[in-house]
Ligand binder design. Structure first.
Ligand SMILES: [Zn+2]
Length: 260
């Protein structure tokens, strides 16, 4: 693969104008340094990406936001993160990578775990002893509009439904033994013992009322489409029964429970 003095790696195609590419006698074709090393070490190629571990992250700027890509050790794309244009400078010339926590990607730099710097925290000034929450639940969106500083307690309110959740709605699950839908709700470490229902819709409504009443504007709204589709199946009578139940349970004659 040689033309006009320029050659290309026969595996990844990178040009000798960009990286060192040499004829490899053992392999019998042109190879970049990364693929030469792979061939030497493993006798085969582990990827066909020209990207090396020391290459900078690709950053793309658009009209009103920017994107940064992260890669695995073979140079394959892992995550594309969205950031604000005026935060691009905060990336510096560091190497940024993805760490997954509960299956969610977080953009970070630094090698040792204790030295990790998370980009979403940098964006809001790295507030000590405070959590930074992704409002939409999408941790690949690190634009300021999607970030807010909260206490740990507040952040717990915004945790999305557990994966094992049988209903698709956080805090609502099917009780096989009793053949009904139960509602779990915990606020400030206080667990509420709430009634169960024969239908998922009733259980979802009770859970929803609890969230609105206690978590207020901090409740996670990402799942609202599913939640509302359940609630909309309920009759007014069913709804008011559940509202009355919760009002009695909470003994809240003054505030009452927020209705929809
Ligand atoms: Zn190569």
């Amino acid at each position: 693969m040689r033309k006009k003095g320029i050659c290309h790696c026969s595996v990844c195609g990178v040009s000798s104008e960009l990286k060192k590419v040499c004829m490899n006698k053992a392999y019998g074709d042109y190879l970049c340094e990364k693929h030469r090393e792979q061939y030497k070490k493993y006798g085969k190629f582990l990827d066909n990406s020209p990207r090396g571990v020391f290459d900078p992250n690709e950053i793309r700027k658009y009209n009103d936001y920017a994107e940064i890509d992260t890669y695995d050790s073979h140079g394959n794309l892992v995550t594309t993160f969205k950031i604000d244009l005026d935060d691009v400078d905060k990336l510096g010339n560091k190497k940024w990578r993805t760490v997954f926590k509960l299956d969610k990607p977080y953009l970070f730099t630094g090698n040792q775990k204790s030295e990790r710097i998370y980009f979403h925290r940098l964006v809001v000034g790295n507030p000590e002893q405070m959590q930074v929450d992704h409002i939409s639940g999408d941790t690949s969106d690190n634009r300021k509009q999607n970030l807010r500083i909260v206490t740990l307690q507040e952040n717990m309110c915004n945790l999305k439904k557990k994966k094992s959740c049988t209903s698709g709605v956080r805090g609502v699950s099917f009780d096989k033994k009793r053949n009904n839908w139960k509602v779990d709700f915990t606020y400030k470490k206080q667990r509420f013992y709430l009634k169960s229902f024969p239908t998922i819709e009733e259980a979802v409504y009770l859970r929803y009322l609890c969230e609105c009443y206690f978590n207020k504007e901090l409740r996670n709204t990402t799942n609202d489409e599913i939640i509302l589709s359940h609630i909309n199946k309920l009759s007014d009578k069913q709804k008011s029964e559940i509202e009355n139940y919760l009002n009695e349970k909470l003994n809240t004659s003054k505030d009452g429970v927020e209705k929809i």
